[in-house]
Each structure stands twice: as structure tokens, then as C-alpha cells.
Design a protein around this ligand. Structure first.
Ligand code: CA
Length: 545
């Protein structure tokens, strides 16, 4: 175990360096997709020698079209998007989406494609474990050798970025898809109404107990000044999806929770009792939004524009209200703050970003060499700029020092900046590296402050945390336990969620039900699932690839 720990720390040290290097982008002159074949080393290779150098960024001398299955955020791939038209011009490669533009159900479309037996040349999907399964079943081809021979930019990123490489490799040693990499570490931040704190003479809370006291005052001392006890101190527009962001305050969770090399299923641990009892109390005191489980995505707008909401855990966009509500609510000020320390005095942020699902090449693709060269293009400087920033001179400009800025067209369109970029095909879910600077360029000043505060504290994010996003572990499982694990959890997860809600809402009594609850978890196979996850976590810590 000690050895594992040291290896894990060594891996983390490497990770930090590569994160600073910026998604593995080389800082000097970058090669584009056309260069690789000539540069693959000293070994003579007849096939490479006969291949002619292509001009500019061309991936193919002749125009070629490939079919693609991809649907991101309910947007099926659309070849008419401006930036993909530009990509076609530069590379000679065009893509034809296979999902009807009116079909937004990704899972349904994916299952339909699989059952039809007609696979698109290129396949991307939201769930990386499904892409790996498709690879194991023969639907996606292993990309290892293709990357080695034809994709120098992807290869370099693999070498420089441990998280990217670990995400890309399946436990069977094959790479079935090119991940979408993430440059920024932080995702969500704690936000609080500074103007309410000032009004009540309170400080930013630094611990979970201080947070309780501040929120209790928000609830009971009328900081919005209307004479009504109508404040909703703690709210979350994703509470229906992830109420356990609050359990993190007590260093616990409703599910698996990797911590210092050991995997736990938190409902079976002491911390869970502390956390759930804390939430039950906060709910009874009116600190937690009474509609937490049902509020929905528009909850943040409703509560902030109504001058009702006091504190939340959310993306940088929570800072935008300082501008949009400046006139309606004089003095309105949301500020980011460090995660409150838990009952043991430890500051942690459990929500962060990881490289995620990207795209792979299907076994029915007749020209995988051209496709992998095309995929490599997005890791070259030119391709990277196109999919992060759009078109130079149109959506962004470059300053003399190399920094970039979005144009008014992006910043002041009728859509949000990200909405506009997505509407022309930028920031789609492909194998690429999401550039942190792109995101900072659309942040408000307070948003940048939040991002810089959290990104400057990598220790908050845990030293041996495996991919763990939106409350879900995305560890790698081998073929023989993958189905077994999913089967057990499909019975356990909904049961835990239902029980947890009923306790917080006061419908059922937590203390009275707890022992029976644990027995039921065991009957449903939790101990086996925990064993599978500990093995998967050990493999992760050993840095299998
Ligand atoms: Ca009030």
C-alpha cells in the first residue's frame, strides 16, 4: 500500500507539471497534421517515403467524407456549422452526421445505431465506458498503432499529460477513443452574497459550522430587508441531480468515495451519519432550499432575481448576476469563497474536471489512417485554435503577445458567449483539448477571480482522486466485472437516492431506519461492488498505463 501511495504521488507531481504546460501543447513552433509522416523517426519505412508531403494543413490530397455519430448537449453534429466548413476547407475532410438534426436523444440514437449494425466511421458518445465496451466488442478499433505512426500531436499529449493518457487507455491496453481533455482543474465554486454578510455584520464562513451560523442568520435576520422571512439561504440549480454537494461539507457522500487510497461506500460509514444528520437539521431550520430536490435548472435565476438566494455552489456564471442584477437589486454582490473546512478542519473541493469521452474510429471505417490524421489535426496549434476559438478575425483576434480575445460578435451576441460558439460548432465534444484561456476570455472579472482562487489550490482537490465528476466515479473496469458492477449498482443507487431524500425531507426517520438500510444494501450486493471499486481504484493508483 505504501508503494502505491508513493507511485500515486509521483503521478500527481507529473500531472501538475503537465497541467501547467497547458494540455500538452508545445510552446514553440507547432507542427500541423501534415508534418507527422515525415517526422516519425530515424527508421526507414517504405510506405512513409512514398507518401507525398501535403500542402498546408491538408490531411488528404483528395477531398474525403466520413460519417460521424455525435450528439452533444442535445445538438447532433451539423456539417453546416461555420467552423466545420472552415475545417473542411483546410483539411479536405468533411464529416456527415448520421443523427437526424431533430433527434436530441443521444442514448436512444446510440442504441439504435448499435442494433442496426450500421456503424458510422467516427463515433463519439457521452459515456466513455460505453465507448470502451464498444471497443471490446469490436465496434471501435484500437488506435494505439495508428497514433504511434500518424498522430504526433496526440502522442505528445499522451506523453506529457498523465490524466489524458490514463483516460485514453482501456484496462486491456487498447486506446479506443481520443478523450476531450480539460485544461482547467476547477469547475464549481462556493458563492455567497457579500452584501448580505455586510448588512448583518458577518464574515465569510471558513468552516462548516461557521457556514451554518451565517446561513442561519440569512434565514432569520431578513438580509433582503422586506420584513418577510422569505430568504432561501442555501440553494442549487442542480440540487435535483446532486444534492450531495452539501454532504461534501462533512466529507461524505451518498455513494463511493475514494479517500487516501481507500474506497468506501459512504452510506456505510460514520461520516455519512454526521452528514445526513447535518442536512436534516439544516433542512428543518430552513437553511437548505425546501425545494432542493425539485427546483430545477432555472432555480438560480428565480432565487437570485427575487433577492431570495444567499449561497450556492456553482460555475463561474454565478458571478454574472453582479452585472445583470445591478439595477434591480442595488448593492447585489456575489463573491467566490474557499470551500468551508469540514468537521475535521480539512478544506476540500470534490467537484472538478477530468478528461472525458471523445471520439473513436469504427471497425466499419475503410480509411482509418486518414481519420487518425484528421483527429490529430485538433491537437495541432491550428486545429486547436479552430475548435476552441473559432475563426481568427471573425470570432477572435490575436494580440501581439499571442493572447487571444473574442470579438463583439461572440461577446455581445443574443446568445451567451458559449452559446454562440456552440452554435457555430466550436467547443463541441470531440477529441481535443479544452483551452483554459478560451474559458477565461468569456468570464467576468469575478468569474476569473473564482477560477484563479480555486486553481491556485490544487491541494483542495485531493492528491489521489480518480476521475470523479458530477458525483460519479469513472474508474476503469475490465470486461469481466463491468457488467456485474453496473448490475449491482442499478439496484443500489436508486434505493439510496430514494432513502436519502426521504430522510432529508423528514418523511422517514433516519436513525430508526439506518440499520435496516445497511442490511438491505448488503442484500443487494454492496460488498461485492465495493470490492470491485477498490480493485479499480488500486489499478488507477498504480498508474496501470
Ligand atoms: Ca426577507
Amino acid at each position: 500500500m505504501r508503494k502505491n501511495k508513493l507511485l500515486a504521488l509521483a503521478a500527481i507531481a507529473g500531472m501538475t507539471v503537465s497541467a501547467l504546460a497547458g494540455c500538452g501543447k508545445s510552446s514553440g513552433s507547432d507542427t500541423t497534421a501534415a508534418a507527422p509522416v515525415q517526422n516519425t523517426g530515424a527508421q526507414d519505412n517504405g510506405a512513409e517515403e512514398t507518401e507525398k508531403a501535403l500542402e498546408g494543413s491538408l490531411v488528404s490530397a483528395e477531398p474525403k467524407e466520413f460519417s460521424i455519430f455525435l450528439n452533444f448537449n442535445n445538438m447532433p453534429f451539423d456539417s453546416s456549422w461555420q467552423v466545420w466548413q472552415e475545417i473542411e476547407k483546410r483539411t479536405n475532410i468533411s464529416l456527415k452526421g448520421t443523427i437526424s438534426l431533430t433527434n436530441s436523444n443521444e442514448e436512444e440514437a446510440f442504441n439504435l445505431m448499435l442494433s442496426s449494425g450500421q456503424l458510422a466511421d467516427i463515433i463519439g458518445y457521452v459515456d466513455a465506458s460505453e465507448l470502451e465496451k464498444l471497443g471490446r466488442d469490436g465496434g471501435l478499433i484500437p488506435l494505439n498503432d495508428l497514433i504511434d505512426q500518424y498522430a504526433p500531436n496526440i502522442k505528445r499529449t499522451m506523453e506529457e499529460d498523465d490524466r489524458f493518457r490514463q483516460t485514453a487507455y482501456s484496462l486491456d491496453g487498447n486506446i479506443y477513443y481520443i478523450p476531450k481533455n480539460q485544461e482547467l482543474l476547477s469547475a464549481e465554486y462556493w458563492w455567497i452574497r457579500q452584501d448580505w454578510l455586510d448588512k448583518l455584520g458577518l464574515e465569510i464562513p471558513a468552516t462548516v459550522d461557521e457556514l451554518h451560523d451565517v446561513l442561519y442568520a440569512f434565514r432569520n435576520q431578513d438580509p433582503n430587508g422586506n420584513g418577510l422571512k422569505d430568504e432561501v439561504p442555501l440553494f442549487d440549480r442542480a440540487g435535483w441531480k446532486m444534492p450531495e454537494e452539501y454532504l461534501y461539507l462533512w466529507d461524505t457522500s451518498t455513494t463511493f468515495y475514494p479517500r487516501d487510497g481507500k474506497m468506501t461506500f459512504e452510506p456505510m460509514e460514520e461520516n455519512f451519519k454526521i452528514g445526513v444528520k447535518g442536512m436534516i437539521q439544516w433542512y428543518q431550520e430552513g437553511i437548505i432550499d425546501p425545494e432542493i430536490f425539485t427546483r430545477g435548472a432555472s432555480g438560480r435565476d428565480t432565487l437570485l432575481s427575487g433577492d431570495l438566494g444567499g449561497c450556492t455552489h456553482d460555475w463561474v456564471s454565478a458571478g454574472n448576476y453582479n452585472t445583470s442584477l445591478a439595477e434591480a437589486i442595488p448593492g447585489f454582490k456575489m463573491v467566490p469563497f474557499a470551500p468551508p473546512a469540514d468537521q475535521n478542519g480539512v478544506v476540500k473541493e470534490r467537484v472538478s474536471r477530468y478528461p472525458g469521452a471523445g471520439w473513436g474510429i469504427s471497425s466499419q471505417c475503410e480509411d482509418p489512417v486518414t481519420v487518425i490524421k484528421f483527429m490529430d489535426y485538433f491537437f495541432s496549434e491550428e486545429g486547436d485554435e479552430l475548435v476552441n476559438w473559432g475563426i481568427e478575425g471573425d470570432t477572435y483576434t490575436k494580440n501581439a503577445d499571442g493572447t487571444k480575445e473574442f470579438t463583439d460578435k461572440v461577446l455581445n451576441s443574443e446568445l451567451t458567449p458559449i452559446g454562440y460558439l456552440r452554435s457555430i460548432g466550436v467547443q463541441y465534444r470531440i477529441g481535443m483539448c479544452q483551452d483554459g484561456e478560451y474559458e477565461k476570455a468569456v468570464m467576468t472579472e469575478i468569474g476569473r477571480e473564482a477560477s484563479e482562487l480555486y486553481d491556485s489550490h490544487p491541494e483542495w482537490f485531493g492528491q489521489d482522486m480518480p476521475p470523479y465528476a458530477d458525483g460519479e466515479l469513472t474508474l476503469k473496469y475490465s470486461a469481466d466485472v463491468d457488467a456485474e458492477y453496473k448490475n449491482i449498482m442499478s439496484s443500489i443507487q436508486p434505493y439510496v437516492e430514494e432513502k436519502f431524500q426521504s430522510w432529508v425531507l423528514g418523511v422517514n426517520d433516519f436513525d430508526a431506519e439506518y440499520d435496516q438500510f445497511i442490511e438491505e444494501l448488503k442484500a443487494r450486493g454492496i460488498e461485492r461492488a465495493l470490492e470491485i471499486n477498490q480493485e479499480a481504484y488500486d489499478i488507477y493508483l498504480n498508474g496501470a498505463n
